[in-house]
Design a protein around this ligand. Structure first.
Ligand SMILES: [Ca+2]
Ligand SMILES: [Ca+2]
Length: 175
């Protein structure tokens, strides 16, 4: 599969994931369901940081819905809005649309408060996407592109970008 084809199929997978109730359109309630699920898998229900993560997640919906001009996006409208607002803008698109959500997840997981994610702090996130043991260790090394032993927000945003461009196979935001 070419990288471009893979990127397109990743967006289609993303649509299926986010169409939580399977009615063929993405609505704000789908994002609410997914955000609640992520907050719960990260063990952050009822916390201020968990609420911030939900708000950041819903802001991604608002951004895409505004670009699509509808609160009920079909798969075609969703893929088009995501391409226009995120993929085609490259790093700037991921920085404006995706980074606030990644930062909010980092804030939830960063128990030590150093602004970065250690292998121990990353365990909950990896477990939430089904990565454990040696597979989690390998993924951590792949994501830690500067080899510092910790994951920065920038490294995690790059990883989400690379996944959606078909350059890595680590579905940090689910698959
Ligand atoms: Ca930390
Ligand atoms: Ca690092």
């Amino acid at each position: 599969m070419t990288t471009a084809t893979k990127a397109n199929s990743r967006l289609e997978e993303r649509f299926r994931l986010w169409d939580a109730n399977g009615n063929g359109v993405i609505e704000r309630s789908d994002f609410e369901t997914e955000a609640n699920d992520i907050v719960s898998r990260l063990g952050a229900e009822g916390s201020a940081k968990g609420d911030q993560l939900k708000q950041a997640y819903l802001a991604m919906f608002d951004h895409l819905a505004q670009a699509a001009g509808t609160q009920r996006m079909s798969q075609e409208q969703f893929v088009q809005a995501a391409e226009q607002e995120i993929i085609s803008k490259g790093d700037a698109g991921f920085a404006s649309v995706v980074q606030p959500t990644i930062q909010a997840i980092v804030d939830v997981l960063d128990v030590s408060g150093d602004g970065e994610i250690s292998p121990e702090e990353m365990q909950k996130w990896f477990a939430a996407i089904g990565l454990e043991g040696a597979a989690a260790d390998r993924a951590f090394s792949e994501l830690d592109t500067d080899g510092s032993g910790k994951l920065s927000t920038a490294e995690l945003v790059s990883a989400v970008r690379d996944y959606h461009l078909g350059r890595n196979d680590i579905p940090l935001l689910g698959a």
